[in-house]
Structures are given as C-alpha cells and as structure tokens.
Design a protein around this ligand. Structure first.
Ligand SMILES: Nc1ncnc2c1ncn2[C@@H]1O[C@H](COP(=O)(O)OP(=O)(O)OP(=O)(O)O)[C@@H](O)[C@H]1O
Ligand SMILES: [Mg+2]
Length: 263
C-alpha cells in the first residue's frame, strides 16, 4: 500500500530547478532511505514531501489528497520531520522543545494534558535524553542535541517520520541506537520511516527500500540488493566500490572504495 506518492515533481529555488520531473512512491509501514551526493537535492525533496517548502510542478499526494491542500494541524498529525540543521530558540529547555511535538494535538491555548506529558516522557526515555529535561538545549553537545530533536519528532506521534541525516554528530554506538530505535518503531508500531543517510552501509542495513539520487533525479530505487551495487555507486558517487555481504545482516555492504579519477 502507498499513502504518499509524488509524480513529475519539480522543485526550484528561484530560477534554479533542483528536483526535476521526479516520481516516487513511499512504501507504507516500511523504512526508506535516501542516498546521494552533497547538493543532489535530498533535503529539498524531503522538505517538499513534508510541505516545509512548496513544489512548483507535478503533484504530491497523501491519502488521496494533494498535500498542498491539507490542513496544517492534520498534516502535522500524519508526518513529523527532523530537519538536517534544526534550530531552537535560545534558552529553551529540552522538555519545552520536546513538548512542541505535541502542538498538533493542542486545542485553544494549548495546555498540555496528562497524556501529552506521558508521551513527552516516553520520547525523552527512548532517546536517552530524560536526564537533560531541564537543561537548555543550547548547552548540550551536538550528539545530545540531535537526540533531543529526534525526541521532539517522536513526541509528535505520527505514522510517518522523516529524518534528514539523523545520525549526524552521533558516535558509532549512538548512531546504532537511534537507527535501531527507528527500526523498532517501524516493526512494533508500523511507522513509516523515511531518512536521508550518508553512511551507505547503514542505509543498506536498515532500509526496506532505498532511493539513490543524482542531480535532482532518481537513479535507482529498490531493495538494498538492487541499489547498493558497484554500477549504481559508480553513477551516483563516482566511486569504484567493492560490495560484499554483511555476515550479520546478509545485506550488501561497501567493503572498500576508490574515487574514479578523471571520470
Ligand atoms: N534555501 C535555498 N535557497 C537556494 N538554494 C538552495 C536552498 N537550499 C538548498 N539549495 C541548493 O539546492 C541544491 C540541493 O540542496 P539540498 O540541500 O537539497 O542537497 P542535499 O542533497 O540535501 O545535500 P547534503 O548531502 O549536502 O545535505 C544545492 O545546490 C543547494 O545549494
Ligand atoms: Mg541535505
């Protein structure tokens, strides 16, 4: 089943077209990862799919409706996005920031209910940030802050979660913790996860579906086995990669690679 799809999508900044005639379907209740080189349009695509920015051509349809026509609060109950470089107001505490995730459920002047507090605490617990609840966000380390932003996205309790490079700033163990948490949310609660990842082996390991982009277009999409191949990586990143099979997950992994010089 597909709840979210795009057809012939064009996205521009001013005169400059970044995403060109792109069509995709996001498989429901699965994990999709988006890969591609710096500047190819991954964040731009993610922002348009979540209506953070408008698209100029084509259509994005969620549950049979053009996303552009969807009510803002309703949309925020369906999809949460963690941007690549999120920014919070100076002095805001972790608990306050995570509570913003409850905005789509608030009525009138928006007092938090017991249920809101319960979910905020759950989000702090599963991201390991409960300890920082009363600390200012700007006093945290990059990795701690990243986990707090993930907590805010989780507090939004949406069926679809979009994350733009969620493992940035995180050490190896915390990267795996976050990816495993997202995998658990997908498996136990059937949430649809769409994330941009630069680490190809993580993209391969955690994805049911991978989208490989180049210059605003999709070069290849499919399973890890279909996308993490020497041919696709050569086209997308101009690298000559040795691909093996991860003995623990049976997914393709990039063992080593070289740049293709003069290509
Ligand atoms: N707000 C903006 N205004 C104008 N141009 C922009 C804006 N945001 C991005 N761009 C340009 O659009 C192109 C795609 O940017 P985008 O952020 O989507 O790339 P990306 O694939 O996410 O790259 P990265 O891996 O570095 O995050 C880049 O050339 C960038 O300079
Ligand atoms: Mg980006």
């Amino acid at each position: 089943m597909v709840r979210l799809s795009a057809e012939n999508l064009d996205i521009s900044y001013g005169e400059r077209k970044i995403v060109k005639n792109l069509s995709l379907q996001i498989p429901d209740k699965k994990i999709t990862t988006i890969i591609g080189s710096n500047g190819c349009g991954k964040s731009t695509l993610l922002k348009a799919l979540t209506r953070v920015i408008p698209h100029q051509g084509g259509s994005i349809v969620l549950d049979g409706e053009e996303i552009a026509k969807e009510n803002t609060k309703l949309l925020a109950r369906k999809m949460a996005i963690l941007p690549q470089t999120p920014e919070s107001a100076p002095g805001l505490t972790v608990g306050e920031l995570v509570s913003y995730g409850r905005f789509p459920y608030q009525k009138g002047f928006g007092r938090l209910t017991a249920k809101d507090y319960e979910i905020i605490n759950w989000a702090l617990d599963v991201t390991g940030t409960q300890f920082f609840k009363y600390h200012p966000v700007d006093a945290l380390s990059g990795g701690q802050r990243q986990r707090v932003w993930i907590a805010m996205a989780l507090a939004q309790e949406t069926e679809m979660i979009f994350l733009d490079e969620p493992t940035t700033y995180l050490d190896m163990a915390h990267q795996l913790e976050i990816l495993e948490l997202l995998q658990k949310l997908n498996q136990d609660q059937h949430r649809t996860i769409v994330m941009v990842l630069h680490d190809l082996n993580q993209a391969s390991r955690f994805a049911d579906h991978i989208i490989a982009m180049k210059s605003g277009e999709i070069v290849k999409s499919g399973t890890s086995q279909e996308v993490i191949t020497p041919e696709v990586l050569k086209t997308v990143f101009r690298i000559d990669a040795d691909i093996g099979i991860d003995p623990r997950t049976q997914k393709p992994i990039c063992i080593t690679y070289n740049l293709i010089k003069g290509a």
